[in-house]
Design a protein. Structure first.
Length: 184
């Protein structure tokens, strides 16, 4: 059979065209490329695994942050209700409300405060502490009373609440300034 008689789609033609030297690969050269390929595949797999783990951690943090933001929104709504109840309790002596009504409102307010406590919310009462812009909102500066250092919280206008070491709602406060200071 000569080369003109061989058809390109004939398997016998492929075997006839392949030299015998190509049929048996060099035993010494084969392991090195295979080992390099295996190492490259292992490295790629380890990088992909690390990226997957990072993605999972990021997704978990995002889910926790979303949950915390949603909880904080509900807790702030409950705090506003608690503020209203405390205003009602504060105005009770002036409005001659029945004692039973006042006791009921106080009970509801204390239950709301207990509920906030179960979610890690605590009342921030910064009177006498240094002003901290992370937890306090200064509404007014007044001359420092006797024995009070400038920059100290003198009184609380609106209670603040904290949760997990951060302010849920900053306390609105009055801060002492140095004697004769102009508040600037």
């Amino acid at each position: 059979m000569n080369e003109r008689d061989v058809r390109p789609d004939d398997p016998a033609a492929d075997a006839a065209a392949t030299p015998a030297a190509d049929a048996a690969p060099d035993a010494a050269a084969a392991p090195a490329p295979a080992a390099e390929d295996a190492q490259e595949l292992r490295d790629r797999w380890l990088r992909a695994e690390a990226e997957l783990q990072n993605y999972r951690r990021r997704a978990q943090r995002d889910r926790e942050e979303t949950r915390r933001i949603a909880e904080d929104g509900v807790l702030l709504e409950l705090i506003q209700v608690l503020d209203d109840l405390e205003r009602a309790i504060g105005s009770a002596p002036e409005s001659n409300v029945p004692d039973a009504w006042l006791a009921g409102v106080k009970l509801v307010a204390s239950r709301a405060l207990e509920g906030l406590g179960r979610y890690g919310v605590s009342v921030v009462n910064p009177v006498g502490e240094r002003f901290d812009p992370l937890f306090h909102e200064a509404l007014l500066e007044v001359d420092a009373p006797a024995e009070t250092a400038p920059g100290t919280v003198v009184s609380v206008v609106h209670k603040g609440y904290a949760r997990g070491g951060r302010a849920l709602r900053a306390a609105r406060v009055v801060v002492a300034r140095a004697e004769g200071g102009d508040g600037r």
